[in-house]
Design a protein around this ligand. Sequence first.
Ligand code: IPM
Ligand code: MN
Length: 318
Amino acid sequence: MKKYKIAVIPGDGIGVEVVNEGIKVLKTIASIDKTFDFEFDYFPWGCEYYLKNGKMMDDGDLEKLKQYDGIYLGAVGYPSVPDHISLRELLLKIRVGLDQYINLRPVKLLRGVQSPLKDKTIEDIDFVVIRENSEGEYSGLGQWFNKDSKDEYVHQIAKFTRKGTERVIRYAFELARKENRKTVTSITKGNALNYSMVFWDKIFNEVAKEYPDIKANQLMVDAASMMFVQHPERFDVVVTSNLFGDILTDLGAAIAGGIGLAAGDNLNPEKKYPSMFESIHGSAPDIAGKNIANPIAQIWAAGGMLKHFDYVNWYNKL
Ligand code: IPM
Ligand code: MN
């Protein structure tokens, strides 16, 4: 019997509650199917851990994670720990450290869910955002000059490499082919960001030529935001940078019924390292401990994991 070894990081707040529900679903599927099983190992990393130990994760943590087939993450964040510490030192560390360079986030209106967009149906809201997940605006590069003086200023540097840009764009086209989707829309801001986005646009045009069977579209992020709301049916596969993908997938979650229903896969497509599956909402300290958090996003993330293991083919029919 195939056994999948899963590292579970429930994290903080409602992360713990929703992960419990997701694990129940995974165990139930395995018990019905009987051809595979899971072994779950729990890791206590998160803000509680930070407050006790002064770090978000153990030393040698990434090495430990490499022994797993997948990572199932709840949510991270606590009011008393600055977000740029808690999230950079756990979530972003894993994404980058395990080269999970694809962040795949479905924007799909589930049957029975009401979109805030009047008249839009499950046929209209059904696309996938491929967000670059390893570099770009999240590179963490930059400098703080003349700190705490009246002349202080900062540089925040976005790093886009040819390798990183090409591979995410190529992934989007391959996905379109595999899932029989007709268009790939690249979302950038080349009219204002004269290096990063002009570079991305150039590479998008190059890669698009390799896929004459897929229609390649390009939009500026401002116009694309408007179109997410007015014409979501125009999107099939979206490919975009780390920051734009972050923002657009919250908007995507909103049109598909809310952040409580949105999940994402942090993928290392080559399976050289484990991929990580998570709900995209935060730890929601205001409702934590009340057992009222909606676990659907976390359960959906479990579906993403089974899909990555090539286990489910019903997934696309949801
Ligand atoms: C997300 C989150 C993270 C991100 C934060 C918490 C660093 O918003 O997964 O979308 O920006 O990637
Ligand atoms: Mn986000």
